[in-house]
Write a protein that binds this ligand. Sequence first.
Ligand code: LLP
Length: 429
Amino acid sequence: MNKIKHTSNFTFAGYDTVELAKKYGTPLYVLSEEIIRKKCREIKSDFLEKYENTKAVYASKAFLTMTMCKIIESEGLGLDVVSGGELYIAIKAGFPMEKIFFHGNNKSYNEIEMAISHDVGRIVVDHMDELYMIEEIAARMDKKVKILIRIAPGVEGDTHKFMSTGQKDSKFGIPLDKKSIDEVMIKVLNSEHIELMGFHFHIGSNLFDNECYVKSVEIVARLYKRLKDDFGFIAKELNTGGGYGIYYTNRDGVKPLRYYTDSIMNAVLENCKLLDLDIPSVIIEPGRWIVGEAGITLYTVGAVKDIPDVRTYVSVDGGLPDNPRPALYSAKYEAIVANKYDKEPDRYVTIAGKCCESGDILIWDLKVPEIERGDILAVLSTGAYNHSMASNYNGTPRPAVLLLGKDGERIMIERESYEDLIKRERIIF
Ligand code: LLP
């Protein structure tokens, strides 16, 4: 389908969303290649080219397919993977392994072996045990593995509890106390097969305030100073994680990328000067910020149920299985009745999913024009953590992912079929 120029329907990235829904069916994830690339280019101009010795890594947990790997590779970014599965997808896409950062708070022996045998760029070590496994595997393969150590800086970002990772009481990272850190340092510095490049923190996700990054950088800089004094260790890198907030609704105080990255870089430069440290290479790891706003989900409206003096429930043909975020984090979304984009919204309704769960509500109190069965609803900013967190709950096949590109639209992932739902099953009785 060519881009539609004149329509009263809601268009996304130049495409008529009602036509897309008709052609590909709903629910349908729709991603704009142009928006993803624009975000990557903003990272390039406002961070990578602005500051020397910097790297950007896309946190693939937000949305990962082999095609996405190709886009990220062509934009010159690295990739953060957090499991053998994500690493496998990157390998299959031919992603340059030296640009991979391998994360995870409980990497298995096999996953570490897979990462080392493929020569991933960095393993981000989360705990002491992992170091022993890396040491053993690397020695056996006669390799030297470059690592970062993840720490929890003891800083809390202002976000949902489930998306907060930087606080002291966290399952992620090595505790910052002297004993824990020194134990790691002694192990690493005595290893022939491990090269410690620096440290990593990730404070949390969907953060709108840069203060927590500045504080975390200060904490790591003080740590770097102590490790220089106590061990003669000079950190070459500092990975500051991801977490930049994006637009979901007009209540979000969205900031430009440089709001985060400038404050991170200023904090790095100031603290290094103050503490007489070499300036490390600074790495950022955004996921949601790259892909979140690049995606929408199209649904078809089904049952409309008016409960007099209470509310009107408008049910759509998807919900919790394709977007668990409202149920998990009380995440808020905006949506548009795509085929009535020219009509004035004049009433409030509640958009319900079709799952057998009272908590399967996509949007409480959405202002819409008259809405009825057959209408197409476009939920915005669903590019991140929707497809990657989707499930088959209630026997729901996962939607297709459609990529809108310069040269037309292409299916990136097929819609699951009922057949797919039983593919892994063995009938035992
Ligand atoms: N780096 C590390 C080590 C991370 O753990 C994460 C996210 C990121 C980078 C990227 O964060 P982002 O820039 O995408 O905020 N399922 C939740 C988000 C969990 C994120 C976990 N880690 C959600 O739907 O909001």
